[in-house]
Design a protein around this ligand. Sequence first.
Ligand SMILES: *Cc1c(COP(=O)(O)O)cnc(C)c1O
Length: 402
Amino acid sequence: MRHPDACTAEPAELVTPPDPFAPEAIKRLAARYGSPLLIIDAERIRAGYRRLAAALPGVDLHYALKPLPHGAVIEILRDEGAFFDLATNGEVELVRRAGIAPARCIQTHPIKRDSDIRTALAFGVDTFVADNPDEIRKFVKHRRRASLLIRVAFRSPEAVCDLSRKFGCEPDAVLPLIELAASLGIRVRGLSFHVGSQAGGPAMHVEAIAACAQLLRRAAADGHALGVLDIGGGFPVEYRQAVPSIEEFCAPLRAALRGVPEGIRVIAEPGRFIAAPAAVAVASVMGRAKRAGKWWYYLDDGLYGSYNGRMFDHANYRIDSLRSGDERHPSVLAGPTCDSIDVIDEDIQLPLLHAGDLIVGRTMGAYTWASATEFNLFPKAAVLVVDRGRVICGGDHDDRPT
Ligand SMILES: *Cc1c(COP(=O)(O)O)cnc(C)c1O
């Protein structure tokens, strides 16, 4: 089977205008490659990485593969000097194929199969995450090579996706877990947390950093000198709702990090902030019908495809048609499948559209293509990677007539 992120396009095809997200460029790419498409802009991947790195000086950024696990994205970030955050055997395989040094990767799934541990170790990754006694005991047989970060939970009801409900130990459990690991001869290197994806503001990160600084001091006082603090992901992006700029968001984090003991290496695991703004989803109108006085447009991508984040990720994307200038009407955008929940937007202002018209979703790089299904055997969007005006990767639709 061809791997879904295989780069098969002949490189160096020219895109004009060079910004691949400009309407003219999107129209040309859709005319050439068909739809549905996920167009990834390499320059925007780089820009997001550099902006976050500048906002968090001294913090090593491990790109979390989960929101957009694509080989080209990994290679672009590799060339920026990024580190990587892996959770599964499949993600290990992706970084391996991109030639990433294992020392630049950590495995951060708090609950692992033994095969996840063995695969990561065989590749050369030696840092893992655990948050409970049973998981720590899984490392007894790997204790010569593996070391651990203890994941601490800080509940974040205001984050769009709270990640401390399912994972992480109570702050009070950290020292006993470190003691347990020590008694089993397993090395604990540090602490980690993830306050939740698309954080509502910097307050939870600040509180978690302060609490971890305290725990690091207490661990050191108990004779367990730790060396790493992993502040996770959660950095927000702008969908339909405004969010603070990343510079504003990170300023209080930087201040909190000044309270972390000397000699601690601080790392972060950004996913969404780098991936989301770097892609647009392009779909075509397959057909239309007027129902109860309203136009329904049926696209070749929907809730089971790129727009699955409307449900799983609670994301409200900015969506528009590329047809401009006309009068707008309240309309419905539906996905292609024969399921009635497959509706992207029940009430969107659109000009009168025709079959073949293009619909573009912005800020759609994170938790979209990654979690899309092929329900009804409608294929996932084909990924197209564009770099400074050239298509460098992708564009294959699996169900194209040959
Ligand atoms: C999903 C995830 C991330 C990425 O989070 P974002 O909010 O997308 O930045 C980082 N670390 C872990 C452990 C995750 O599960």
